[in-house]
Design a protein around this ligand. Structure first.
Ligand SMILES: *Cc1c(COP(=O)(O)O)cnc(C)c1O
Length: 472
């Protein structure tokens, strides 16, 4: 399998290459050159497989020759063996139509673990083949950071620098990052928003002085391998609900458009998805883009669902590229326009093609609290704020027929956002035993001003230059 950049200029890479890369060198994102597909019979034959086996089958076409099926299966068994639920991503029924897919049974209590536990192993596997050293630089609105740090802490040949917006992540989220005291883990709290942090990371990927010295890699969902791993649970849920004979809709609490883009990929591969509902909070750029064609960034409003407090959704570029006829030059021009003005208009082709599968909905603070209360009072389920936004969207979207099950992706454990959950439902969820003594452990974190130069200097002073470990 070859991967091409959405902006048409960067060299194509194989799966190992895109896994170890950050942004493409032309500033674009890598996507598979063609979407692999499964026949209805092939999908039917996946029903009932254990999660790790399903993951190997769904991901193998993307991995190509970079890993044998046996090795990929071993890595999946290792990654998903760390989950606290034997089903890995269990599906729960709320009412006749509504379901939730619990993606938070990994080590750091959010769905990011599903992809990052595997990505950590892929880094190790591919780095062992050469003598390069990887410098992971990431920005987090909370959950990516903890999941990525857990996935690479203490691993050889990898350093991780994780930026989070100071004071804008929950205390559980912060402690899950800052209490990991491995020498290859560097936490940075910047003065600014998540979008500011993400912009700095993107700038570093485009900074020749930095990329020339360090092998800079991404753990944000601009990394293709993450999206690939997330495709699997769409198959897992749909198969349980009767696919491929029956269509299923999904509602996805969305920030950077990674998780829901994985649903789009599942549909491209042949999974019968009726609708993908993009659920946003009041930071609703994606809702506006999909409903009116206007993709224009406002300022970020902090909410009780901080992992969705995003105005610039990196992975939206992948959708615009695919829905716009895969024209790299046109995509580069459209994104240059966006970088210059913080706004772009979708073309008619992009809008129509996206509208064939996507619907969107926005939830404000009351909508979110009401959804949490309904789930608790009517179904006995305690949901986190992000999941509640997804459920609000799932229940409010019109036009999905009553016989189509709607699966809301439960993206975080409610205990990760205990204060917001308690405010809405009166229930204070307790932290699962697997996070242990989180609140008594020592923290390590450096606070930096929100300027690129400060962050770049910090990284350059601590990272290991590429090929420093050998002569390659
Ligand atoms: C990251 C995250 C999201 C948003 O996912 P994207 O892939 O960025 O759209 C939603 N909910 C939670 C809990 C998250 O951690």
């Amino acid at each position: 399998m070859k991967y091409v950049s959405t902006r048409g200029q960067a060299p194509s890479l194989d799966f190992q290459g895109v896994t170890l890369a950050g942004l493409a060198s032309d500033g674009g994102l890598y996507v598979p050159e063609v979407w692999p597909g499964f026949t209805t019979d092939e999908i039917a034959a996946m029903a009932g497989l254990p999660y790790a086996q399903l993951a190997q089958r769904v991901m193998q076409p993307f991995v190509g020759d970079c890993l044998t099926p046996e090795r990929l299966l071993q890595l999946c068994e290792q990654a998903y063996g760390r989950f606290a639920h034997a089903a890995v991503t269990p599906l729960k029924q709320l009412d006749e139509q509504q379901w939730v897919l619990e993606l938070f049974h990994g080590p750091t209590l959010a769905f990011k673990d599903v992809a990052l536990q595997l990505l950590g192993l892929l880094f190790e596997e591919f780095l062992a083949r050469g003598d390069d050293h990887l410098t992971i630089v990431g920005a987090t609105s909370g959950d990516t950071g903890s999941a990525a740090i857990d996935a690479v802490a203490g691993r050889a040949k990898v350093d991780i620098f994780m930026l989070h917006p100071h004071g804008r992540v929950s205390d559980v989220q912060r402690r899950q990052m800052t209490t990991v005291l491995a020498p290859n883990v560097h936490n940075i709290a910047i003065d600014g928003s998540f979008d500011d942090a993400q912009a700095m990371v993107k700038r570093m990927f485009n900074d020749a002085a930095m990329t020339g010295r360090f092998g800079i890699a991404a753990v944000n969902s601009i990394n293709w391998a993450r999206l690939m791993a997330q495709v699997v649970y769409y198959f897992a849920a749909a198969l349980q609900l009767g696919a491929p004979q029956r269509k299923v809709a999904f509602s996805v609490p969305t920030g950077n458009f990674g998780d829901v883009f994985a649903g789009y990929v599942a549909a491209k591969m042949g999974l019968p998805i009726e609708r993908l509902i993009v659920a946003t909070n009041v930071n609703d750029i994606l809702h506006r883009a999909l409903s009116t064609g206007d993709y224009s960034a406002g300022t970020v409003t902090p909410t009780a669902a901080p992992s969705m407090d995003i105005q610039v959704s990196s992975n939206f570029e992948r959708l615009l590229f695919d829905c716009g006829g895969r024209d790299g030059a046109a995509m580069a021009a459209q994104m240059q326009q966006f970088d210059a003005t913080k706004a772009l208009q979708l073309t008619n082709a992009q809008r129509e093609s996206a509208a064939a599968l996507f619907t969107s909905a926005r939830a404000d603070a009351d909508d979110m609290a009401n959804a949490m209360r309904w789930a608790h009072e009517a179904c006995g389920e305690v949901l986190d704020p992000h999941t509640a936004i997804g459920l609000h969207a799932a229940r409010s979207v019109v036009g999905i027929s009553a016989d189509v099950p709607v699966v809301t992706l439960a993206t975080a454990h409610p205990a990760k956002f205990r204060d917001a959950v308690e405010r809405a439902t009166g229930v204070r969820p307790s932290l699962p035993a697997r996070v242990g003594d989180l609140f008594t452990r020592e923290e390590a974190c450096t606070r930096l001003p929100g300027t690129y130069d400060a962050v770049a200097a910090f990284v350059a002073g601590r990272a290991t230059p590429r090929n420093a470990l050998g002569n390659g």
